[in-house]
Design a protein around this ligand. Sequence first.
Ligand code: PAP
Length: 347
Amino acid sequence: MATDAHSIPAPPAGPVPFEDVKAGLATLLPEQDREEKKKELLSTLPSKTGAYTTGYCYKGFWLSELVVQGVAALEQRFQPRPDDVIVASLPKCGTTWTISLTVATMVRRAYPPTAADHPLRRLNPHQCLPFLEGLFAGGEEGMLDALPSPRLINTHMPLAFIPRATPLGNGGRGCKVVYVCREPKDMVVSLWHYIQRISPQTTFRQTFDSACDGTTPWGPFWDHFLGYWGASITCPDNVLFMWYEKMLREPIESVKRLARFVGQPFSAAEVEANIVRDIVELCSLENLKSMDANKTGHVNPHFKFPREALFRKGIAGDWKSHMTMEMACRIDDIMADKFRNTGLTFQ
Ligand code: PAP
């Protein structure tokens, strides 16, 4: 019997809003297996108890207990597809904004930015895509296999832990990584305000000292930045390096660059129809802040950061109202030392 092609529904094209599909994708490794593996690994790692969590140093990077749980599996087993887009960053460097812009750019055919049912109008941006290390930590990595391509994935992991994301670590075939970094002094200020929401006793000085000694979560910040910076130079088709400050100055150009990078450039007709401007407006701090989905709930079930804490001032230079000259010089000196001869600069 001849197959009627019209009766076969087309497979859903990605990226799909993760929150909408994740319940149907659930898979779990046996709890005991994960707990035992975690204990075994933790006992071998240097640790440091900070203000709201204990960090463990895994291959030079400081990870929380939860993240450590899945890091080895992630490193060994995460196999990106060539059309995956991974949004990577250190916390407080512009993750939520970059996720929003990437989601809005990549789903614009299914959901034009002015659509009333746009995922960013009903979900927190972080709910729109899976958090890579969260899935591996929870034994839920199988969910990734079930997602339609192109997949959009978020991570705070250093590039070293997703080695197959670039052609160098994957026999010549990488995926796409959009990395956003931020001037470290502002990153520290933003991190402190965020930590305060679950740990009000944490002082700015404590957060600052942790950043300077490299032990803030997923740090040291310099090694995190430099891993992706180096790859953006050697593999520019695979890693796009963005600066939060530059995105603030040039939002339209930044979104166009992002769209070209992920292989979905805006047509002249789309630009004419103000689609780029509409995406920038949809993802603006004020607009996202006003959405119900961003006013209630928590970012993740383990650390009870309120979602609304993801949206604060969103400016460059806030460090000036928090740091003494001595503090600012200390970070500037670290940057000068670590970034010397790398070409990485901040304006
Ligand atoms: P995360 O890594 O925990 O997701 P992340 O989104 O990287 O956090 O950082 C939050 C910062 O981005 C906040 O900066 P601030 O504390 O200096 O204000 C937040 O205000 C800012 N931010 C969030 N959304 C946007 C946006 N749409 N536009 C510009 N900045 C934003």
